[in-house]
Design a protein around this ligand. Structure first.
Ligand code: GLN
Length: 506
């Protein structure tokens, strides 16, 4: 039963429902796979197999008791190390939280526990979710399973790699400017960032509160629907959650049929095919455009004129909010505290703050705190933060106008396939441009999904391939439409079934 780790959540849930396997068998397949393969990929910051065995045994009892059970029962999942899990370490891949034990469960994890999931471990990320490659982690660099010399994307790079390499059945991540969708694209998996406010952020370490949203990374679209359904919904502990109707996403996706494409208006924004887009990715996306047309969709050229300012506006808004959110790491209340070389406590309070932050935070985090503090400072606030907020309003309006004419929008998720480790670390701006197509979706509070639609040749590896992600964007709270369109495309492209697409380097 070694191959159980290769299956999707939907397939595993079917086996469990028919009592053909036990959760513990599934778990053992994952433990074996993780022990053999994760030393190469480094997707996990830590595993907790004892907890996993306890979870699997509990799930098996529930399944054996004969009644119905929720869809994630007995399914082994990984969690980005930004979600609090009571009694477990949460580092956010930062030295400043090195010894931080979560005092309570995030709402997402609370719901997963109610679903009787199996916790496999915490996955690597860029420190405080700031980055696009996981190279900003204070602990390790995660490798892309398609080419171990390349990055998996970020910041949820450990989550994406863990799904792509069959080191878990699915993973939960977060997306502030693209951190679920971009790594999903680079690793050839599905990544869904729902509408702002659909999933509670209670117990998720905050980066930029007006942009952060939890998301899911999965092997296929059906699994994304199952995972979303398990955790979505209003939470009185997070005032940004809305009383959206939580739909039966998995049921809706199951019914998604090609006929849905007839007359569906699919918008192609001219700005998403600008210079900087790898031409091979551009032509893959054009193939999908042709496919949708063949299925009866109306392809409509549109413009989102102000999205050209989205990276600039994002790096004002996100850094400003981060500078405020990260004030709490002062060496007093959380995690790491600087001590004198002699081992004594620092004598001056200011010195303690300064030294704890100086040695606890990595360079990218410091860069952003400085940028954000500057943007919010007296005399500059209007010129930067206020201006960026006005640009954000324009971007919201661009999308609103576009969705008056079309039902969904498609384009590339990332301008390039997975890049080499070290390729962009010296040039923060080129790293920031990795999210050029994803950031505007966060700024506009909209749902976006990345799905693998094929591969391009890997220029540095004979016979190697690198996945290409298609991004689909829908109106606010229309995850049902988003997932249905994705499922129809998935059924045509058959990424998972095509061995030529899934040529891993492990
Ligand atoms: N890569 C972007 C950044 O560095 C987005 C990160 C994210 O979505 N958490 O901020």
């Amino acid at each position: 039963m070694d191959d159980l780790c290769r299956l999707t959540i939907g397939e595993l849930a079917g086996l469990l429902t028919r009592r053909e396997v036990k959760s513990i068998d599934i778990l053992n397949s994952y433990i074996k796979r993780i022990k053999e393969t994760d030393p190469k990929v480094s997707a996990y910051l830590y595993n907790d197999f004892e907890e996993a065995v306890r979870n699997a045994e509990a799930a098996d009892k529930i399944i054996a008791s004969g009644g119905g059970f929720p869809p994630l029962t007995g399914i082994p999942l990984s969690i980005k190390d930004i979600f609090l899990i009571k009694g477990k370490k949460t580092t956010c891949a930062s030295k400043i939280l090195d010894n931080f034990i979560s005092p309570y469960d995030s709402t997402v994890v609370k719901k997963l526990k109610e679903n009787h999931y199996v916790f496999l471990g915490k996955t690597n990320l860029d420190e405080f979710a700031m980055g696009s490659s996981t190279e900003n982690s204070a602990y390790k660099i995660t490798k892309n399973p398609y080419d171990l010399n390349r990055v998996p994307g970020g910041s949820s790079g450990g989550s994406a790699a863990s799904v792509a390499a069959d080191l878990c059945a699915g993973s939960f991540g977060t997306d502030t400017g693209g951190s679920v969708r971009q790594p999903a694209a680079l690793c050839g998996v599905v990544g869904l960032k729902p509408t702002y406010g659909l999933i509670s952020r209670y117990g998720i370490i905050a980066f930029s509160s007006s942009l952060d949203q939890a998301g899911v990374l999965s092997k296929d679209v059906t699994d994304a629907a199952i995972m979303l359904g398990a955790v979505a919904g209003f939470d009185e502990k997070d005032q940004t959650t809305r009383r959206f109707e939580v739909k039966d996403y998995a049921g809706i996706v199951k019914k998604a049929d090609k006929s849905l494409m007839k007359g569906l208006r699919v918008g192609i924004p001219v700005e998403f095919f600008s210079e900087g887009l790898d031409p091979e990715i551009g032509s893959k996306i054009s193939e999908i455009k042709a496919l949708l047309k063949e299925l009866g969709a109306d392809i409509v050229g549109i413009s989102l004129p102000d999205t050209k300012y989205s990276v600039a506006a994002y790096y004002i808004i996100a850094t400003s909010e981060a500078s405020s959110n990260l004030e709490r790491y002062d060496g007093i209340r959380y995690g790491y505290r600087y001590k004198e070389e002699s081992g004594n406590e620092m004598q001056s309070l200011d010195g303690l703050y300064r030294k704890s932050r100086e040695t606890g935070f990595g360079n990218e985090v410091k860069r952003r705190i400085i940028l954000g503090t500057f943007a919010l400072s007296a005399g500059y606030y209007d010129a930067y933060y206020k201006k960026a907020s006005s640009v954000r309003k324009l971007i919201v309006k661009n999308y609103k106008d576009a969705f008056g004419k079309v039902d969904v929008i498609i384009g590339p998720t990332s301008p390039t396939p997975a890049f080499l480790i070290g390729e962009k670390t010296a040039d923060p701006l080129s790293m920031y441009l990795s999210d050029i197509y994803t950031i505007s979706v966060n700024l506009a509070y909209l749902p976006g999904l990345s799905m693998p639609v094929g591969t391009v040749k890997n220029p540095s590896k004979q016979n190697g391939v690198l996945p290409v992600g298609l991004q689909i964007i829908s109106p606010w709270a229309a995850e049902d439409r988003l997932l249905s369109v994705a499922k129809i495309i998935e059924d045509e492209v058959k990424f998972r079934e095509n061995a030529g697409f899934r040529k891993l380097d492990i």
